[in-house]
Design a protein around this ligand. Sequence first.
Ligand SMILES: [Zn+2]
Length: 138
Amino acid sequence: MPTGERPLPALDDPVTRPFWEACRRRELTLQRCRGCDRLRFYPAPLCPHCHKGEADWARLSGRGSLASFVIVHPPVLPAFAACVPFAVALVELEEDARIRLLGNLLDCEPREIAIGLRVQVSLQEVGDVTLPQWRPLR
Ligand SMILES: [Zn+2]
């Protein structure tokens, strides 16, 4: 990765590719295990709960609540220098609060940020990847 280039997820992994393809279609999806019916994150070839391999991709609401956050200040990697300060959210999904996704928290004043804040996914194109990020649910 050249200095100054934003690090992005690899799109060539067959296990995670359906997740990124769904993001590109503006859908947030996760694997749902056919063995135990639990959602699975991160995408994996086997269920961490029942160890079965079969899974379907379930479309989610894209809603959740803020479990934790951090406000990022300098120093940062050169690729993020123009973005600071920014908020990174750890979001508990509405469908299963045990599953938490990370992403930037957009369009939110620092004084609005609080644990439990209801958020909605916002799928943002960054280079060749569409990243799940978050906005307050209004
Ligand atoms: Zn399972």
